[in-house]
Design a protein around this ligand. Structure first.
Ligand code: GLY
Length: 375
């Protein structure tokens, strides 16, 4: 399965690379528009690091050195993102691109980009609530119309990896401390007793108290938006890796158990976009959340959890589903993305049942982790 999945991804992403190279531009593919065209983003889009990151993983998975200059070119094309301070997603953007590049070829300059990006992210740390603010609430954005002061989304856990890396690269523990403070407050406020999490917590800038517990991309404030659960499982597993604090691993396990035991989890283990969506089973699936959970579980299976083998088996079952024709697109179809059937934001009527570059990225990462475990 793994060999075939890698060959398939090489061919499909290779076709996208051919398209980009033929354009003479440094395009960054994200998804398909309702008209069926590939949507390409700029460096400030939260998804701009995933395509460069996928090319790094593809290089690692195949050993194909022709991919190396391309991975570098696509990565360096978004270097301006290191200075972004108006949203929190700089961790996703820079760590998936420059972080993988640094890990694989240690190119001069990549380390500086990582450290500068971590500094930019830390400008969003708010003293009273002890969190990194996710979204700005000024201007004309939809976020500014919700009445929030300091919204933090569970997705923000993923940005902490950049901060942990930056402390290792610079020796400056400030980044580490910000990451731990954010992870701790999030653990305190975002989770329900059953292990599931809210999407958005809005804090008071003045005194740090919680003003709202809500959703933005889920079905309802009290529902379990699947990608949010996936970010929590992955984020706290990563926090355990970086700190060795068992409370983070326990949180990741608890949220995973919530998903695993959920009465609405389909037998192929690819979640509905929200586990409480009203018309299940007639609701879109979200492949991106399945891919994120699979990748997290391969890592979790290497840590002291009750049944590591069960974590790996669950991830293997997800991967078998994703690699099947039910979710892997035929070559040259699906806008040359590998996986079909993800959901960006259903409440915003945006990107419903489409390919998404982050589904592909975490799928490739999961393939890499699976291979490493089985070696
Ligand atoms: N971080 C945004 C999302 O998961 O859609």
């Amino acid at each position: 399965m793994v060999t075939q999945a890698i060959e398939n991804a090489r061919t499909q992403i290779g076709l996208e690379i051919d398209t980009i190279e033929a354009s003479g531009k440094c395009l960054n593919p994200v998804t398909l528009t309702p008209e069926g065209d590939v949507y390409y983003c700029g460096y400030a889009d939260w998804r701009s690091g995933f395509f460069p990151g996928s090319v790094w993983y593809l290089y690692e998975l195949t050993g194909d050195t022709t991919l190396l200059p391309l991975a570098q070119k696509y990565t360096e094309a978004i270097s301006e993102a290191q200075n972004l301070t108006w949203h929190h997603d700089i961790g996703f953007i820079i760590n998936c691109s420059f972080g993988n590049g640094l890990r694989l070829i240690n190119k001069a300059g990549y380390k500086d980009v990582m450290i500068q990006a971590a500094k930019s992210l830390c400008t969003r740390f708010r003293e009273k609530p002890q969190v990194i603010q996710s979204w700005n609430v000024t201007g004309n954005s939809w976020q500014s119309k919700r009445g929030w002061e300091c919204p933090v989304i569970i997705d923000n856990m993923m940005n902490l990896e950049l901060l942990f890396e930056a402390t290792k690269l610079s020796g400056d523990s400030t980044f580490y401390k910000v990451a731990v403070a954010h992870a701790d407050r999030t653990m305190q406020e975002h989770f329900r007793a059953d292990g599931s999490c809210y999407h958005v917590i809005d804090y008071s800038i003045e005194d740090g108290s919680v003003r709202h517990r809500q959703t933005a991309q889920g079905y309802a404030d009290e529902s379990a938006w699947s990608r949010g659960q996936a970010w929590a499982i992955y984020g706290y597993t990563m926090c355990y890796r970086e700190t060795q604090n068992p409370k983070y691993l326990a949180q990741a396990v608890k949220t995973f158990n919530f998903m695993k035991n959920n009465k609405n989890m389909p037998t192929d283990l690819v979640p509905y976009w929200d586990m409480d969506a009203p018309n299940i089973p007639n609701e879109p699936r979200d492949v991106s959340s399945a891919a994120v959970i699979a990748s997290a579980l391969y890592e979790m299976s290497t840590y002291p959890v009750e049944d590591p083998q069960a974590c790996k088996s669950y991830a293997d079952s997800i991967m078998t589903s994703l690699a099947s024709p039910a979710y892997t697109a035929p070559i040259s179809e699906n806008g040359r993305f590998v996986l079909m059937h993800s959901v960006g934001s259903l409440p915003h009527n945006s990107e419903i049942d489409v390919p998404l570059n982050y589904a592909d990225y975490y799928y490739l990462e999961a393939l890499k982790r699976k291979l490493d475990l089985e070696k």
